[in-house]
Design a protein around this ligand. Structure first.
Ligand code: AMP
Ligand code: MG
Length: 408
């Protein structure tokens, strides 16, 4: 019953080896596409973006006040000027402001010819057709010069940047309408198990609701993937094989949970061996040990454990890396944080614990393992801020010792 005798001779056994192995055989598979800017949230740029206009595009008033010529001010910065009109934002005036003249101007309005200074409203006293202005000698001109933020020709965003609201705002201001971005990685997602039900109303006696798929779907969507949700497949090798073959034909990656262990009803590893290649199966980590990786019809497949916390751990520390590799982005970096309490572990495996961020006395952020742990713990998944990784070859970890923390 036990799968793979077909492992490559030096198949990876640790998380680090698994990542190196993935990096050595997989690279970006996604091509590029051009999308309207409004549809680009969460997408990654495939090339640097160069500004083709200045920001601001014109010299504009930085304050509400009066637009004046500095040459009209006396040694104390005062003048009594004739007001020739108003200039509001979006309504530029092309009439030159002459000697002894001023215009009432509002923030964002284009500076008219002749003007080199705005005197803020609060330093001006208006008397019908005239205004008495009083500038602070040596004070700012309160004009935002064209190109003072961004000059045309400047590289504003680098290839690989993920577009969030800030970047989309910047590109909008620069008047981009279409952007060239990476196509989303298409990930087929399925759960394997006779006991699994789609909803609470369809759970049979002895069954449970499939809670892995909503979790994995959510994380995949957060990572910018296009998820092809294939639902639940029962523990039947024929059905499972058909689902995998169909998924392989239309996807960039298949992610499964469940059915990848060593039980007689766990068909995944055996199916991968018969239809493709099993690169590795079982890593020296807990939870998350029964994780398999290979391909079916040349489509990479990541077989996660069924146990929910184990699936969460294997996805977070291995799946995210694989996706960044295939989609061409960078993996979210982990943090190094001091431990809030001592931890001892048995055995020389990578131990993954659910952790919560805490604040120590000096205001420093620390990370504390939750009381509830274990590969099947739903509470750990629901309450953790992230995962704490305790490396293979160390058994005792002291309070305050720096550890690796990966946010969930
Ligand atoms: P397996 O990996 O199929 O041996 O499953 C290990 C454990 O995880 C079993 O207790 C399963 O019932 C549970 N499990 C498997 N798949 C899921 C899922 N999608 N949602 C919640 N629990 C699951
Ligand atoms: Mg099962």
């Amino acid at each position: 019953m036990l799968p793979p005798s077909a492992h490559p001779p030096s198949r990876p056994k640790t998380l680090a080896e698994a990542k190196d192995h993935i990096a050595s055989i997989h690279q970006r598979v996604t091509s590029v596409e051009t999308l309207p800017l409004q549809a680009c949230s969460g997408r990654c740029l495939t090339q640097d973006v160069v500004a083709s206009i200045d920001i601001p595009p014109y010299d504009v008033a930085a304050m509400d006040g009066y637009a004046v010529r500095s040459a009209d001010l006396d040694a104390e910065g005062r003048a009594d000027l004739r007001v020739i009109g108003e200039i509001a934002a979006g309504h530029p005036s092309y009439r030159e402001i002459g000697t002894g003249e001023a215009a009432h101007i509002y923030t964002g309005a284009v500076i008219p010819p002749g003007v080199d200074r705005i005197i803020p409203q609060e330093h001006c006293v208006r008397r019908s057709t005239h205004v008495a202005v009083s500038a602070r000698v040596g004070g700012k001109p309160h004009i935002r010069l064209s190109g003072e933020d961004i000059v045309s020709g400047q590289t504003v965003l680098k290839a690989g940047t993920k577009l969030g609201p800030g970047q989309i705002s910047l590109l909008t201001a620069l008047r981009f309408e279409d952007v060239i971005v990476q196509r989303r990685l298409r990930v087929a997602l399925l759960s394997v198990g006779d006991e699994l039900a789609e909803t609470s109303s369809s759970v049979k006696h002895g069954g449970i609701v499939d809670s892995n798929r909503p979790m994995l779907r959510g994380w995949l969507e957060q990572l910018g993937c296009e998820v092809v949700d294939l639902g639940i497949i029962s523990d039947a090798s024929g059905l499972l094989l058909q689902a995998l073959v169909d998924a392989a034909a239309t996807s960039d990656l298949i992610i499964t949970s469940g059915g990848a262990s060593v039980g007689p009803a766990d068909y995944l590893a055996r199916l991968i061996v018969t239809r493709g290649f099993l690169e590795f199966w079982k890593l020296n980590m807990r939870p998350g040990k029964p994780v398999g990786f290979g391909d079916i019809d040349d489509c990479p497949i990541l077989a996660l454990p069924g146990n929910p916390f184990a699936a969460a751990a294997a996805f977070t520390i291995l799946g995210r890396f694989l996706i960044s590799r295939l989609a061409g982005g960078t993996e979210t970096p982990s943090l190094t944080l001091p431990l809030a309490r001592a931890v001892s572990k048995e055995g020389s495996h990578l131990q993954v614990l659910a952790g919560k961020l805490a604040t120590a006395d000096a205001g420093m952020t620390t990370v504390e393992p939750l009381k509830q742990q274990g590969s099947a713990s739903m509470l750990a998944i629901g309450s953790a801020d992230g995962l704490i990784l305790f490396p293979e070859h160390q058994r005792q970890f002291e309070i305050g010792e720096p550890v690796e923390f990966v946010a969930l």
